[in-house]
Write a protein that binds this ligand. Sequence first.
Ligand SMILES: *[C@@H]1O[C@H](CO)[C@@H](O)[C@H](O)[C@H]1NC(C)=O
Ligand SMILES: *[C@@H]1O[C@H](CO)[C@@H](O)[C@H](O)[C@H]1NC(C)=O
Ligand SMILES: *[C@@H]1O[C@H](CO)[C@@H](O)[C@H](O)[C@H]1NC(C)=O
Ligand SMILES: *[C@@H]1O[C@H](CO)[C@@H](O)[C@H](O)[C@H]1NC(C)=O
Ligand SMILES: *[C@@H]1O[C@H](CO)[C@@H](O)[C@H](O)[C@H]1NC(C)=O
Ligand SMILES: *[C@@H]1O[C@H](CO)[C@@H](O)[C@H](O)[C@H]1NC(C)=O
Ligand SMILES: *[C@@H]1O[C@H](CO)[C@@H](O)[C@H](O)[C@H]1NC(C)=O
Ligand SMILES: *[C@@H]1O[C@H](CO)[C@@H](O)[C@H](O)[C@H]1NC(C)=O
Ligand SMILES: *[C@@H]1O[C@H](CO)[C@@H](O)[C@H](O)[C@H]1NC(C)=O
Length: 656
Amino acid sequence: MGSKLHWSLILALAFIISFFPSHSEARNQAADQEACNPVDLRSLADFKAGIKVDTSGRLSKWSGNGCCSWEGIVCSNATGRVTEIRLPGLITTEDSIFQSEMNGFLSPSITSISSLQVLDLGGLISIGGMIPPSIGFRLPDLQKIYLFGNRLTGSLPDSIGKLSKLQELQLHENSLSGSLPPSIGNLESLNQLLLYSNEFFGPVPDSITKLRNLVDLDLHGNSLSGKIPGKIGELQGLKLLDLSNNHLTGEIPVSITDLRSISVLYLDTNYLQGEIPFPSSCGGQMSSLGFLRLSNNNLTGRLPPNFGCLVSLQRAALDNNKLHGPIPSSLGNLSALSELYLGSNRLSGKLPCSLGQLSRLIMLNISHNKIKGQLPQECMSSLHNLQTLDLSFNRLNLTSFPRWIAQMPSLSRILLAGCGIQGEIPQFLYSTPSPIQELDLSANNLTGILPGWLGKLTSLYSLNLSRNSIASNIPDTVINLQSLGVLDLHSNLMTGSVEKVFEIGSSFLEDGTLKHIDLSDNQFTGGIESLGLGSQASVNHLNLSRNYLERSLPNSVGRLMSLQVLDLSHNNLSYELPESLGNVISLEKLKLQRNKFTGKIPGGFLNLKSLDELDLSDNLLVGKIPDGKPLSQFPRSSYSRNAGLCGKPLDPCTNS
Ligand SMILES: *[C@@H]1O[C@H](CO)[C@@H](O)[C@H](O)[C@H]1NC(C)=O
Ligand SMILES: *[C@@H]1O[C@H](CO)[C@@H](O)[C@H](O)[C@H]1NC(C)=O
Ligand SMILES: *[C@@H]1O[C@H](CO)[C@@H](O)[C@H](O)[C@H]1NC(C)=O
Ligand SMILES: *[C@@H]1O[C@H](CO)[C@@H](O)[C@H](O)[C@H]1NC(C)=O
Ligand SMILES: *[C@@H]1O[C@H](CO)[C@@H](O)[C@H](O)[C@H]1NC(C)=O
Ligand SMILES: *[C@@H]1O[C@H](CO)[C@@H](O)[C@H](O)[C@H]1NC(C)=O
Ligand SMILES: *[C@@H]1O[C@H](CO)[C@@H](O)[C@H](O)[C@H]1NC(C)=O
Ligand SMILES: *[C@@H]1O[C@H](CO)[C@@H](O)[C@H](O)[C@H]1NC(C)=O
Ligand SMILES: *[C@@H]1O[C@H](CO)[C@@H](O)[C@H](O)[C@H]1NC(C)=O
């Protein structure tokens, strides 16, 4: 439940402003302290007793027997009974917002407050317990239930269906489980049903389609299974339908085209199959649909030829399905479209020229498909707002880097991996107006050198030129790449020293920005003595495997305190392993096999508690493996073919 409470934490962090109720306090004290209904008074006292901690201080001021004047309590003038409990976690006043917390459990006594219309204990973070099973029988006037953002467990009681006046049911972000009671379909006044981020399982009851007043239906992030109710289209007022991140199977019901008010439709990350049934015609079906996600399903068939009739579409994510056939040219009619994700399907044919009409487009991702042929330059070059273009791994056979791509004024992320680009890295990239932050030309057929002018692309964050045939040194100018975070040059024909990379950005920032360095599978030579001496405190992945590196692994490696992966295997490194490597407690993978390391394994390695992959095989190590976890837990093969290691997991050391 990773997203749980996310919203409240963000707000809490954004406004670190203390809140103290001030002026209203005195007035409340003076307010008439006429005794309230004794049943309500007892129930509220029970509720208060269930809460162990209240960081807002509201409950500590509940005293005496005039509960109608207590903060957060509203009574009816006519009957004197309590009608509202409003104690939301987020406390907003004119000039501050404060995230409060109540820790404890929800007393079942609240079901005795028989005139209750509003129960708002939303976002209090730590209220546990259950929704009282009798809630539907005993609180027939309930209109609004806000219990979201707590730690409630148990199921949604069947009696909930008795609440014929209920308009809003917000139980999201709890740990509720069990199946959804079919009685939910009796909530004829309901317009908002938010049950997301819980642990509900079983089917979505068909009865839900009887909720004719429903506007928002959000069940995402549960474990619901079975099919989407076939009559879902009868929810004519529905604006938001989010069933994503469940285990739903079967096809998307055709009736979905009847949702004439739908604005947000998220069915992604399920096991849905069959074809996309909408829009079946071009007569204004689903004409309000702005946000569509069908990603990560098993959808087949073609993209509907009428897809371009969804006139309000702003974001469409259909990636990671099994859609085939061409991209329909009607897509060019989607004039509001800003993000289009079609990656990891089986789409074929050429890119339609009409895509160029999408002047609002910011993100276009068609990677991992079977799109063929030349890119229609004359149309595509008018995508003035495009920021990200990912055409990687198609059958484009571009032969050369398209010059017009480098002329797009807003483009910051260019991903053209596996596009059959040949020749040298084109010089025109140097004078591009695009503020390039990410350049991925991996798995192409680039030859020639890594040009010195690369150092001028100072916005560059990620450079991936891996799996090409680039043959040169690393140019001195790389030191100027002050924003670089990811450098992947693996599997090329690079020569010379790797040490320049350790200086990247060092003249600009103390800690550096570099996180991921992969120079493996090249022909680099020389030592790595300056490793850790520059500003590499942020590096978490360093792969220098399969080169011709020699001499020692320096003590300064112990300064790389963020390192999670260190792969120096298949080189010619020698001397003893530095004890300081034991300080890098973030290390998860350590691969030093096939080198010439000598001496003993340092005892400090026992500090590497996060280590889950270790390979020291094929070295010249001797002596007893330091005794204890994690070293003793690895297989014998982690230590094999050394000069003379012994001790767990290898054979015991003999005493001589
Ligand atoms: C209840 O009475 C108070 C004070 O007499 C008044 O201000 C308030 O509007 C009344 N509320 C309703 C719902 O009648
Ligand atoms: C997708 O469909 C195929 C064939 O219909 C099936 O074998 C596969 O298990 C399905 N995968 C998922 C994730 O539903
Ligand atoms: C939509 O696109 C199709 C194909 O590109 C085109 O023939 C049609 O005129 C367009 N419709 C509108 C309303 O723009
Ligand atoms: C494009 O889509 C693919 C597959 O859906 C995904 O793996 C990739 O990260 C996306 N590219 C970008 C730049 O977001
Ligand atoms: C790629 O395009 C080039 C030039 O247009 C052509 O010579 C080559 O045969 C094409 N390769 C493939 C695999 O289609
Ligand atoms: C660079 O590209 C290759 C091949 O396309 C890919 O396997 C690798 O994960 C990419 N590197 C990074 C750091 O994303
Ligand atoms: C281009 O590189 C791919 C792999 O990256 C390789 O399969 C292909 O043969 C190469 N083509 C040419 C023309 O060098
Ligand atoms: C390091 O690079 C080599 C060669 O490219 C690769 O085989 C290996 O899996 C990489 N190591 C890690 C830990 O990713
Ligand atoms: C390691 O060094 C030795 C001698 O210094 C040399 O013969 C051998 O080729 C080197 N091996 C590698 C993988 O660099």
